[in-house]
Design a protein around this ligand. Structure first.
Ligand code: SF4
Length: 235
């Protein structure tokens, strides 16, 4: 219960955050220039809080909200193409109660899984600046402290992977240089607070990867099959 309350307090702070002036201005611009298909939507256009099961053993780390996706609906990955892939896979392997979610007020729920992101405001062209990543890092570091049951981290894509490693190192983990690739599994000793964590890498389910065939459904589902198996072995 305490974790849940602390996470809620953190999320309230996140929603109020205005540290990145470029992103604050961009979110305002996005909500003023909606595409026709979303013209009736009242865009969230604020930082997105993380969400999920506070006791989850699996932590998914995205890159950043999509301007017309999570930034519109108010929940990470909700209503965007990457979310369609992610939620479908999570449902397939028992981490979500349904395979899709298009609004933040639906009954979509994560089980044994928590979703966060490298930065919490949609950046222009999906490209955050290094200073924006650093501005947002303290929120992720706090989540690493609060989500005490996490055993497996799945960063989505190379940037999320690199930034997760950096955050774990800042927490005191001694992690050597690790190459990125799809489906790599690393065991990372993070010191007493976080114990040993498995890092399982995947290409990001962005349209750029899914439409070009760089990432296929079987490849993506294999990641969560591996996650599931690891949890079963450990329990
Ligand atoms: S990206 Fe993070 S640090 Fe920057 S304004 Fe949004 S919530 Fe704040």
């Amino acid at each position: 219960m305490k974790t849940e309350i602390d996470l809620r307090k953190l999320q309230e702070r996140v929603i109020q955050c205005r540290k990145c002036t470029r992103l604050v201005a961009y979110l305002k611009e996005v909500s003023q220039h909606k595409p026709k298909r979303y013209r009736d939507w009242d865009y969230w256009s604020k930082p997105l809080p993380s969400f999920g099961d506070p006791d989850g053993r699996v932590l998914i780390v995205g890159l950043a909200p999509a301007a017309q996706g999570g930034n519109r609906t108010g929940r990470m990955f909700t209503g965007d193409r990457s979310g369609e892939w992610l939620f479908n896979a999570l449902n397939q392997f028992g981490f979500a109660n349904r395979p899709d979610s298009f609004r933040r007020d639906d009954d979509f729920k994560l089980d044994d899984c928590y979703i966060t992101a490298t930065i919490r405001c949609a950046p222009p062209k999906n490209k955050p600046l290094p200073v924006e990543i650093e501005n947002c890092r303290p929120y992720f570091l706090t989540e690493l402290d609060l989500l005490r049951k996490v055993r497996i981290i799945v960063p989505l894509g190379q940037i999320a992977f690199a930034q997760t490693l950096r955050s774990l190192r800042l927490k005191g983990a001694e992690i050597p240089s690790l190459p990125f690739g799809h489906g790599k599994v690393y065991e990372v000793s993070t010191g007493q607070a976080l114990r040993t964590i498995s890092l399982i890498t995947t290409y990001h389910p962005s349209q750029q990867n899914t439409q070009t065939g760089k990432l296929t459904r079987p490849m993506f589902h294999q990641i969560f099959r591996t996650v599931k198996k690891k949890l079963e072995i450990e329990s």
